[in-house]
Design a protein around this ligand. Structure first.
Ligand code: GAL
Length: 406
């Protein structure tokens, strides 16, 4: 009898335990989907509704009024086109729909779009989407397409597709300069050599078409992304290997359209020379950080698919102006230096804001106009609780703040 009672009790407790675990799992999986606090490059990435994010080879823009990021990219699932996601923190994304639906758009039907990029035009108040358009798998059309919308998420109104200034154009990138001008970097042919050149074309003032300022940059050849640092332009590209990852190259120039100088491979510790198994797509300058450059790469796994993962990594520029891309299994935005986090110090010490520039051998700090202050820091006493950069690792210095007085 006692045995039966115990058994029933056990069954009862087990059922209760499993029900409780199931509920807990439901709650935590929901919470997990809604509360990511870091990037995990190369891992499956789910949106806030728990679905795999389908937004490849695109770009991110920031809407200041609503403090919202919008991420655009190839929607490789059905319907095909360009997708839009929004986020408040860059980690947690909500699907906002297919912003440009290829199959239902007159002029795009029967073809496909790749590498969509969106820019906001301050003068017209419009969002403008540029993309690579093909009408067949042979990639022979080599067109750029353009679409426009009054709001970020779409739906975008398709305008036209064409060869910019008569040039073949496949992979495209986009760069918004501080003067409001926007440029499309694109993989173009050099004679019969496919995608041999990256050309840079300036967009018209309303961003709706291309200008005649369209030049060969001297860079090669796909997935172009641009950042600007210390009045220098950095152009990052991949090789032309289809869906296979390959070594990235970066180039620098004092002018956005070049001519660019080859600076080699920016990846540190990338033993397989595959840009950490990814292809570059865009470099997003994260607002609120002095040096917040986000590498947005795609892991195609031999063929673009809905599930192709994203490789988002921080890009650093070293003290001597070199671009560096390093692998992180997981990382947070605190690797960057916030622009607003200026700490007050006592007495006659003056606060300077430093940009963190990390190189392999340690950490160098520069003030906003680029003066090396490392020597000055050695003289600062510990009782002022000011980090001596020579005694900290790059990471803990960054997370403790990069503001040092003298
Ligand atoms: C890659 C390109 C992708 C896609 C692919 C097709 O080189 O970067 O966007 O076009 O080729 O093979």
């Amino acid at each position: 009898m006692g045995f039966h009672v115990n058994k029933n009790q056990n069954v009862f407790y087990s059922v209760k335990k499993y029900a409780f675990s199931a509920i807990l799992l439901l709650i935590t999986s929901h919470l997990y989907a809604a509360t990511l606090t870091s990037f995990k490059p190369g891992k499956d990435w789910h949106d806030v509704d728990g679905k795999i994010i389908d937004c490849h080879a695109g770009n991110i823009i920031y809407q200041h009024e609503t403090k919202t990021y919008f991420w655009f990219g190839e929607h490789r699932g059905s319907p095909s086109g360009a997708s839009c996601y929004s986020s408040k923190d860059l980690y947690n994304w909500k699907f906002r729909g297919v912003a440009l639906n290829t199959g239902s758009t007159q002029g795009l039907k029967g073809g496909f779009i790749e590498r969509p990029k969106v820019a906001y035009n301050k003068k017209t108040g419009k969002y403008v989407m540029w993309f690579h358009y093909e009408n067949a798998g042979s990639y022979g059309l080599a067109h750029q397409g353009v679409a426009v919308c009054d709001s970020a998420p779409g739906p975008y109104k398709f305008l036209e597709h064409f060869r910019p200034n008569g040039n073949q154009s496949r992979d495209i990138g986009m760069f918004n300069d501080e003067d409001g001008k926007t440029y499309i970097g694109y993989a173009a042919n050099r004679g019969t050599s496919i995608n041999a050149d990256v050309r840079m074309v300036e967009l018209s003032e309303d961003y709706l078409t291309v200008t005649k300022n369209d030049v060969v940059t001297n860079a090669h050849c796909e997935g172009p992304g641009v950042l600007k640092w210390n009045n220098k332009y950095y152009l990052l590209t991949s090789q032309c290997k289809g869906w296979d990852p390959n070594p990235a190259t970066y180039y620098t120039s004092s002018k956005v359209c070049g001519t660019y100088t080859n600076m080699g491979n920016p990846c540190i510790g990338d033993t397989k020379k595959t840009t950490f198994n990814s292809q570059p797509g865009f470099i997003f300058k994260i607002p609120g950080y002095t040096n917040g450059f986000l590498y947005m790469g795609d892991r195609w796994n031999g063929g673009g698919s809905t599930k192709s993962q994203y490789v988002f990594l921080p890009i650093f520029i070293t003290a001597d102006g070199k671009m560096q891309l390093k692998w992180y299994d997981e990382w947070k935005l605190d690797v960057f230096t916030p622009t607003t986090d200026v700490k007050k110090t006592e007495n006659s010490f003056k606060v300077l804001m430093y940009t963190n520039i990390i190189n392999q051998s340690g950490l160098h700090a520069y003030d906003l106009i680029g003066r090396d202050i490392e020597r000055a820091l050695k003289n600062i006493s510990a009782d002022r609780k000011i980090m001596n950069i020579n005694s900290g690792t790059a990471k803990n210095v960054v997370s403790n703040g990069m503001y040092i007085a003298r």
